[in-house]
Design a protein around this ligand. Structure first.
Ligand code: GDP
Length: 704
């Protein structure tokens, strides 16, 4: 018989690890009782060691699933927490401390948790049993405990005392049974008391006549009856040895000294309790055996079917998933590396430099009042020669090494982030961010050498830039299209303002702004101060108008001048429109100049500064990219796949590989179903074996 329970306990533990589904349950003994009823003392008497945490405030906050495994041939006594993987624990005070820590880990706000702690105890002195210790019922809510605590405990206990579990209702002899929370809860789910066993503790605290009356159980009859015990260990045996026999000796003395306890129909003693528990559990297990075989069979068929339908019977392992993941990360990376060669990098660097050129032209040329005179200026005019040198230097000495390297690093990282968002990396946030920071590190390590290299190689251009006819013609062509684009966006912005403000209103506002500016200028001239504006040149006048009017509006906000009927927002738009009209006009001038004969030859570069600067930019881009390619890109494309290997091939142990694979919900489901199927197959095999073994015995049990 012993073997049956033991094997079914094994089966029960496997089934529990699958999931707690109804129907897939073998019975366990659930221990309930009020706080201080002596619940822990009873459990410890059965186990033979003090191992439960005790204290004044509630210490059991989670169910403890206690599996006792009888190991007759071994002298070793130890506990194990299979969920924690701490290995064998021989010191029971260590078990006690671990249980305390696990209980205290439940946050105060939650009070109790229904997540069970699994504990297995192996010993020659324990019977094969599974016991579940639950938080004790509480009478009144402690001031620090929220109102709902009482209900929460009741609810938790209710979950556990359902069929087919056996209820061990612990009551203290010195408390009226009518008030026993444990018996009340038991009656609710098991009114006939068919699977409830009463344990009356602290028998030493009541008169023998009263004690015997309780055990005869005429008021609250239970089919399995009541067993009286005395579980207070004598102070003398507080050591690390097994306490059961000493307890039983002590208890025996007490019961023997009162003859009423030896009457027929009265059950007393821890020994009796242990025997009874084994019998009851075994009976319960045997009763459940057939239904569990059926349920497991059904569940197994279902998971086999699902495995076929969903996965076509394809088995995977966490390792195979990791290998596939590495391949696809590398493939994604390769695709990117392939699409990010020299031409693409050059495009990036060139368009950055072109933007710089446009900004320089705007700053140094297009806002220069004399720009309209440039085509007619004498060839040797120093003003323009000097300006060209200055703007060329501004371009070549702007720190191309750094900015271009930074740009490419930025583009690379942006692409790496895109790869991180793709399958399969999107399922693995941890590895993704590790790979990103590794990429960053590779690039950072190469950053300084690369930007220094580039800077060195563009050094000659800081002194002189020569160009061929072809380079010049190409430069002019690119510049024309750039300025055309600039002109287009200028016109678009202008149209946008016209559309939002309204043509008429805008025209009036512009007229007002110009008049106002002229008036302010006149005033300034009259009073003999302020800037003298080069009259007769509308462009320059307009350029100056802006600052004057803006200042005027800011400083003169509350004056009662007639402009008040214009909304300040409209004035702002008008100023913007003037600027855009102005810029558009200059761009048209410049386009004409660039298309003219004058710009056909590099000899005339000072007449076509935009084209010259663009030609310089192109040379800079070409040189920069050449070195960025060698120093940065090649290195990165070589290094990254190796980092992937380091991280995923060499960097994970078996457990980490499993965790990694399960991060992917699809793989997780696949692995879990596979695992469930495997466990059910194992259980089925065990059950078949047990049924064959037990059939003779079961026949006689059913007959009795
Ligand atoms: P729990 O809160 O239900 O787990 O109760 P405990 O097992 O911690 O016991 C509560 C108190 O009752 C402790 O001080 C125990 O020493 C004491 N106690 C437990 N069993 C007996 C017993 O059989 N006789 C006597 N006199 N005291 C007991």
């Amino acid at each position: 018989f012993m073997n049956l329970t033991k094997k079914l306990i094994e089966v029960r533990n496997i089934l529990m690890s699958i999931d707690h589904e109804e129907g897939l349950k073998l019975p366990s003994i659930v221990v309930i009782g009020s706080q201080s009823s002596g619940k822990s003392s009873v459990l410890e008497a059965i186990v033979g060691h003090e191992f439960l945490p005790k204290g004044s405030n509630m210490v059991t906050r989670r169910p403890i699933e206690l599996t006792l495994i009888h190991t007759p041939k071994s002298k070793e006594e130890y506990g194990e927490f299979p969920q924690l993987g701490l290995g064998k624990i021989h010191d029971f005070s260590h078990i006690q401390q671990t249980l305390r820590d696990l209980n205290l880990a439940v946050p105060e706000s939650e009070c109790v948790s229904n997540k069970p702690i699994e504990l297995r105890i192996y010993s020659a002195n324990v019977p094969d049993l599974t016991l579940i210790d639950l938080p004790g019922y509480i009478q009144i809510n402690n001031k620090n405990q929220p109102e709902t605590l009482k209900d929460k405990i009741v609810e938790l206990c209710e979950q556990y005392i359902r069929e087919p579990n056996i209820i061990l209702a612990v009551c203290a002899a010195d408390v009226d049974l009518a008030n026993s929370e444990a018996l009340k809860a038991g009656r609710k789910v098991d009114p006939l008391g068919l699977r409830t066993l009463g344990v009356i503790t602290k028998m030493d605290l009541v008169e023998p006549e009263i004690g015997a009356a309780i055990l005869r159980n005429s008021d609250y009859p239970l089919h399995l009856g009541y067993i009286g015990v005395v579980c207070k260990p004598p102070a003398s045996i507080k050591n690390k040895k097994n306490i059961t026999s000493a307890l039983i000796r002590h208890e025996d003395q007490f019961f023997r000294s009162n003859y009423v306890y030896s009457q027929r129909g009265i059950q007393v003693g821890i020994g009796t309790l242990r025997k009874k528990l084994m019998e009851v559990l075994e009976e319960g297990m045997a009763k459940s055996l057939f239904s569990i075989v059926g349920a497991v069979q059904k569940e197994l068929e279902e998971s086999r079917y699902q495995f076929k339908v969903q996965y076509n019977d394809r088995r995977i392992t966490a390792e195979s998933y990791v290998a596939e993941t590495i391949d696809s990360i590398k493939q994604n990376f390769k695709n990117f590396a392939y699409s990010f060669g020299k031409p693409q990098v050059r495009l990036e660097v060139r368009s950055m430099l072109e933007q710089k050129v446009m900004d320089l032209c705007a700053e140094l040329y297009w806002t220069d009042n004399k720009i309209v005179d440039l085509p007619k200026a004498p060839t040797d005019e120093l003003y323009w020669k000097y300006k060209l040198d200055m703007s060329s230097a501004a371009l070549t000495k702007s720190g191309i090494g750094r900015t271009s390297t930074q740009l490419v690093v930025g583009v690379l990282m942006a692409n790496m982030e895109k790869i991180a968002l793709l399958e399969p990396l999107n399922n693995h946030p941890d590895i993704s961010s590790k790979l990103l920071s590794l990429s960053n590190e590779i690039l950072r390590n190469k950053f300084h050498t690369t930007s220094d290299q580039v800077e060195n190689c563009v050094k000659p251009y800081k002194h002189e830039v020569e160009c061929s006819e072809q380079e010049w013609t190409d430069g002019v062509k690119r510049t024309i299209s750039l300025i055309e684009k600039e002109l287009e966006s200028c016109n678009r912005a202008l149209q946008n303002i016209k559309d939002t403000v309204g043509k008429k209103k805008l025209r009036a506002a512009i007229k007002y702004v110009i008049d106002d500016a002229k008036r302010v200028q006149a005033q300034a001239r009259d009073s003999g101060e302020g800037t003298v504006v080069d009259s007769g040149n509308e462009t320059s006048t307009l350029t100056q108008v802006q600052s004057v009017v803006v200042n005027d509006i800011i400083e003169d906000n509350d004056s009662d001048r007639h402009r008040l009927h214009f909304n300040p927002k409209v004035i702002e738009k008008a100023i913007e429109a003037i600027f855009l009209r102005d810029r558009s006009m200059i761009l048209k001038y410049r386009l004409a100049a660039l298309k003219s004969r004058q710009c056909k030859s590099p000899e005339n570069k000072q007449y076509c500064p935009e084209a010259f600067l663009n030609m310089v930019a192109e040379k800079l881009a070409y040189t920069a990219v050449m070195f960025i390619q060698v120093e940065l890109l090649n290195e990165f494309f070589f290094q990254f796949p190796r980092e992937v290997d380091n991280l995923l091939v060499y960097g994970m142990n078996k457990n980490q590989i499993l965790l990694f694979a399960k991060e992917n919900p699809k793989i997780r489901k696949h692995l879990e179903l596979q695992e469930k199927k495997r466990k059910l197959e194992e259980v089925m095999e065990k059950l078949n074996y047990i049924s064959r073994d037990a059939s003779g015995w079961l026949g006689s049990a059913n007959g009795s």
